[in-house]
Design a protein around this ligand. Structure first.
Ligand code: GDP
Length: 193
């Protein structure tokens, strides 16, 4: 997809604030610092659109981006950040559970992981949660530019094994630096619209 327009439409904490449209939606999840904002910005050809709002210590909101007036990206606050209080963690859990279990516009989840390392325990938990609710997943294994191309397949294999990857899902090697995987990611997203 050629992105010609993208803008944040709302930062929501509860369902009443979700946009009232029937547009297809993709939710983006990943641990803090994995490269989720960079992924969003790369996909949208924007530099600073997705940013601070999803950083630790800031208000935890679901940020809805309207793209080409035809779909939404929903930026889910990052997980796995150590310095988050129990109360904040619980609020995050409640917010994402409500979203993922009730949002009918949701077509698929995009789970961002780091290709360089095996998925973390939190990544595995997130994927298990999504699979428990039968939500189709697109795994983005990012920061591929940081390892030699010859090692991608080996790392991909570890990623799949650690996640107990469902063969019905998609997994894409990605780099926000080089744009590797961007076209493939868009064509897979479009196949869900
Ligand atoms: P977020 O917390 O998940 O939104 O992570 P960010 O998008 O802010 O990225 C965290 C750090 O990783 C930043 O310093 C980014 O520049 C860097 N980063 C993100 N994606 C890539 C990538 O594909 N390649 C490289 N080399 N660095 C990346």
């Amino acid at each position: 997809m050629k992105v010609v327009s993208s803008d944040i439409v709302i930062s929501a904490v509860k369902p009443e604030q979700y946009p009232e449209t029937a547009l297809p939606e993709f939710a983006l999840a990943g641990r803090s610092n994995v490269g989720k904002s960079s992924f969003i910005n790369k996909m949208l050809n924007r530099k600073g659109l997705a940013r601070i709002s999803s950083k630790p210590g800031k208000t935890q909101t679901l940020n809805f981006f309207l793209i080409n007036e035809v779909l939404h990206f929903v930026d889910v606050p990052g997980y796995g950040y150590a310095k988050v209080s129990k109360t904040e963690r619980a609020a995050w859990g409640k917010m994402i559970e409500t979203y993922f279990t009730t949002r009918e516009q949701l077509k698929a989840a995009v789970l961002i992981v780091d290709l360089r390392h095996p998925p973390s325990a939190d990544d595995v938990m997130m994927y298990e949660f999504l699979k428990h609710y039968d939500i189709p997943c697109i795994i983005i294994a990012t920061k591929a530019d940081k390892i030699p191309k010859g090692k991608w397949q080996k790392h991909l294999k570890v990623t799949k094994e650690t996640l107990d990857f469902d063969a019905g899902d998609h997994i894409i090697v990605f780099s926000s630096e080089t744009g590797e995987g961007k076209d493939k990611a868009w064509s897979i997203l479009e196949s869900y619209m």
